[in-house]
Design a protein around this ligand. Structure first.
Ligand SMILES: C[S@@+](CC[C@H](N)C(=O)[O-])C[C@H]1O[C@@H](n2cnc3c(N)ncnc32)[C@H](O)[C@@H]1O
Length: 273
């Protein structure tokens, strides 16, 4: 069932951070475009739909491969940001749960890090299935949980230790839920897809000031993380900053920080017949 409060929280949040996201964690998520398009089998002539396109990295990379691509996002500011960056790619306002595309017209549906943000994943899987031609493929990337993902371990660990993770945000599906094999298999086979393949991808956030970059991420690089951080007391915010700086020391070499972020790329085909 659609969680309207959560969807509206996400939409309005992304409207506010559309331009700052691109220079924050967006610099890192852009690195999944190549592996995601490979997993999706995108090649010259493919018709690609990029859902939750954000600044448009994946749709643009598909066009650079000779595919035709449409990027869709729920936030108008993201559609504007993507259109400004890639004027030769088509971007359109729309939600993952009601894709603004005709049935059976797409070879590949991709989504880079849209899954942690959707309000109704069953609706997204059903919509992806609807717009794909028979034999077409859905591929998405989603984060591993903090225990296996140093970036989120540092950031969320600092908030848990120095502040509170329970600040009354609209509840959505746990953003790390789609790292679990069974969760993806249930979702995809339930929508009519064949067996899923899964690939681990390691991205790395490199920066000349890791602690400042992490704080900037909390202040204007995401939606749930930002709302969580902004809800902390001034005292807790300061302790969180110190905690992050201390945890990040392990990732610094000669004045440069390199912090791993790990994701799965999951892909499955729309069965023919
Ligand atoms: C973490 S960003 C990912 C952007 C980009 N794909 C990337 O990898 O950098 C999440 C994006 O999902 C979009 N979004 C959130 N909920 C959505 C929904 N229900 N339907 C479509 N887009 C959604 C946001 O506006 C935001 O642009």
């Amino acid at each position: 069932m659609r969680n309207q409060a959560f969807q509206e929280f996400e939409r309005t949040g992304w409207e506010e951070v559309a331009s700052s996201y691109a220079g924050s964690i967006g610099r890192v998520t852009a690195g999944v475009a190549g592996p995601l398009l490979d997993a999706a089998g995108v090649e010259r002539g493919s018709v690609v739909l990029d859902v939750a396109t954000g600044p448009g990295w994946v749709a643009a990379a598909a066009v650079e491969r000779g595919a035709s691509a449409l990027g869709v996002d729920i936030a108008q500011a993201m559609v504007d940001e993507a259109s400004r960056r890639y004027p030769y790619v088509e971007f359109r306002l729309g939600s993952a749960e009601e894709l603004p595309v005709d049935s059976g017209t797409v070879d590949t549906v991709v989504s880079a890090f849209g899954m942690p943000h959707f309000a109704d994943h069953h609706a997204f899987a059903a919509e992806a299935f609807r717009v794909l031609r028979p034999g077409g493929r859905l591929a998405f990337s989603s984060w591993l949980p903090p225990a296996r993902n140093p970036f989120f371990d540092v950031v969320l660990g600092a908030i848990a230790r120095q502040g509170s993770l329970d600040v009354g945000l609209p509840a959505g599906v746990d953003m790390f839920h789609w790292a679990a094999d069974e969760a993806c298999d249930d979702l995809l086979t339930g929508a009519g897809f064949g067996p899923a393949t899964r690939e681990l991808v390691e991205l790395v956030w490199t920066d000349e000031d890791g602690p400042a970059a992490m704080l900037d991420f909390l202040e204007r690089g995401g939606v749930r993380s930002r709302a969580l951080f902004l809800a902390q007391t001034a005292e807790a915010k300061s302790a969180i900053a110190d905690d992050i700086a201390s945890s990040l020391a392990a990732y610094e070499r000669d004045g440069r920080w390199a912090i791993p972020l790990r994701a799965f790329i999951v892909a499955a085909d729309k069965l023919v017949g």
